[in-house]
Design a protein around this ligand. Sequence first.
Ligand code: MLT
Length: 237
Amino acid sequence: FSHYKEVADEILKDSYAIVIDLLRATTTMIWAISNGAEKIIPVEEIYEARLLKNLNKSVLLGGERGGVQIEGFDLDNSPLSYKKEVVFGKTVVMTTTNGTRALKKAAGAKRTFLGSFINAKKTAEYIVNEALHQGIGTISIVCAGTEERFTLEDILCAGYFVELFKESFSNIYLDDLSIASYELYKKFENDPHEILKYSYHYNNLKKLGFVADLEFCLKKDFVDLVCEYKNLVVEKV
Ligand code: MLT
């Protein structure tokens, strides 16, 4: 379990990684795929996104800087913007401040999945199944954080994944940060807002008027698919 800047490449390369940017990048990408987007191409820089649009006018550009839509882009980073009628059958090129960078970093893992509350159970089930058949050694939970720091919302979601894995593996070894995330999650699972009211990014999004996003991103397991980042693209498994 680590922040994406701290995860050691040698641990990552033998792991199945789950990248979490709960608010909002990984939740938004998963929701876009769930609403029929064919694939997401995460890029780090705005100019890369614009270049891809120049090459192919039919792609949609999405993402944020400072939490708000980038000039000339089709979509912001709110999951609620990625409606079926907007994204169905489309390729979406996305650039966000932290989430897309964390994904790139975690691409060094054996396999790299996107994590969120909205499809956590399905993702954990898939990984458990793989572990039973392929014998995965390590699962690394990679938190995107905000502005190079851990954020409470990613840690809560990580704690939920830890719970799901604990239920499946009797002999799981958890590092200290995984245990901390689990304990925090258990304390606030019924009222996550109670702890998130102290989160920097949660408050930031609130100030920007994205209150509905906060509710949306905290809802559990209503999406029944698994998303993987592979060959520079996010697709459904
Ligand atoms: C990010 O990738 O930094 C976040 O998803 C930002 C946001 O919530 O818009």
